[in-house]
Design a protein around this ligand. Structure first.
Ligand SMILES: NC(=O)c1ccc[n+]([C@@H]2O[C@H](COP(=O)([O-])OP(=O)(O)OC[C@H]3O[C@@H](n4cnc5c(N)ncnc54)[C@H](OP(=O)(O)O)[C@@H]3O)[C@@H](O)[C@H]2O)c1
Length: 311
């Protein structure tokens, strides 16, 4: 079976087409014929070997990828909600050769839901992982309608979904943007836009002098963003930052892999995409053979919408 994987960790050039055996199908699992897999930041870290220590599989190839869409090829015992031939999307917790960048992929059925109606596989693949992370981040902070949320990295995949979900939750959203991204971030629904950068916290305070109730840090600015938050406010981080323990600010490191089997939430996100609450943003597609080129482009920064590998 075809996959885009690595035999040794390194730069984009190590990503190649590798042959992997089909995965066995167990109880409560589904086999997908993957048509599309998105390129996410975590895939580039995986390619470089950042997770090699914690991955119990020590033999190559390693196949990155946490977001897929495609058709159901086979349904395991005990799976009621999916049927063969259906267009679906799913979230993958990669380990060894089990990752999203492969044409044959077996997933827990609870990690797979129908693709939003009207979306093709490429568009659907951009939803599961980042929208789920955005939902988790918002739920962890537990803000109430009318409260104020700041979002950094708002033009990105995670940040964009946070902005849209937060608006749907009735929050007021202050989002950062480079000048070139202002229109995009406004269209996502941000109420107030501040210029991105190291001094983003100060700019947020110019609009919200007492500090925001919550902040989702998609730009991974960690300590730099804490001053934007009021005493006792909340911050959701996405790369493990735990805060400095001061001013009663509660910091919630978000880890999407823990929620990868939360089918009800995934399904709701799919329906929100159908309803137009969430926008599926595709920058460009690459045949899986060009995965290295896709990683190269992604790592340069500035890509808006997701790059998607097709199989
Ligand atoms: N913990 C989890 O479960 C989890 C799940 C999903 C995502 N994540 C993490 O969340 C982060 C965001 O992911 P993503 O997919 O949304 O990435 P993305 O689409 O690349 O978005 C990141 C955004 O932040 C901007 N940015 C980067 N550095 C910045 C800085 N210093 N100041 C201001 N803006 C900056 C980027 O702009 P440029 O493109 O111009 O650099 C981009 O607009 C990644 O680190 C990812 O690994 C974690």
């Amino acid at each position: 079976m075809r996959a885009a994987g690595v035999r040794q960790f390194g730069g984009p050039e190590v990503l190649q087409i590798v042959d992997v055996p089909p995965e066995p199908l167990g109880h409560g699992e589904v086999r997908l014929r993957v048509a599309a897999a998105t390129v996410n930041p975590t895939d580039t870290y995986a390619r470089q070997g950042a997770y090699a220590e914690r991955d119990p599989v020590k033999t190559p190839p390693w196949v990155p990828g946490m977001d897929v869409a495609g058709t159901v090829a086979e349904v395991g015992e005990g799976v009621e909600h999916l049927s063969v031939g259906e267009l679906v999307m799913g979230i993958v917790v990669p380990t060894g050769a089990h990752g999203g960048y492969r044409e044959d992929l077996v997933l827990p059925a609870d990690s797979v839901v129908p693709a939003p109606r009207g979306a093709d596989a490429v568009a659907a693949a951009t939803l599961p992982m980042n929208a789920l992370t955005a939902r988790l981040a918002l739920d962890a902070m537990g803000l109430q309608p009318g409260q104020v949320l700041a979002v950094t990295g708002a033009a990105g995949a995670f940040g964009g979904y946070v902005v849209q979900l937060a608006k749907a939750d009735g929050l007021t959203v202050v989002a950062d943007a480079a000048e070139a991204d202002e229109e995009l971030v406004r269209q996502l629904g941000a109420d107030v836009i501040v210029r991105r950068g190291d001094d983003v916290a100060g700019r947020v305070r110019e609009h919200v002098p007492d500090g925001v109730d919550g902040l989702a840090d998609g730009a991974v600015q960690d300590a730099l963003v804490l001053p934007a938050v009021r005493d006792g406010g909340a911050v959701a981080t996405v790369r493990g930052y735990r805060g400095d323990g001061r001013r009663g600010v509660r910091v919630f490191p978000t880890l999407v892999r823990r929620a990868a089997k939360d089918r009800a939430v995934l399904d709701r996100l799919g329906r929100q995409a159908e309803a137009g609450v969430l926008t599926l943003r595709v920058a460009r597609t690459f045949p899986a053979e060009q995965a290295a080129e896709a990683h190269r482009l992604f790592e340069r920064g500035g890509v808006r919408g997701r790059l998607v590998l097709t199989f």
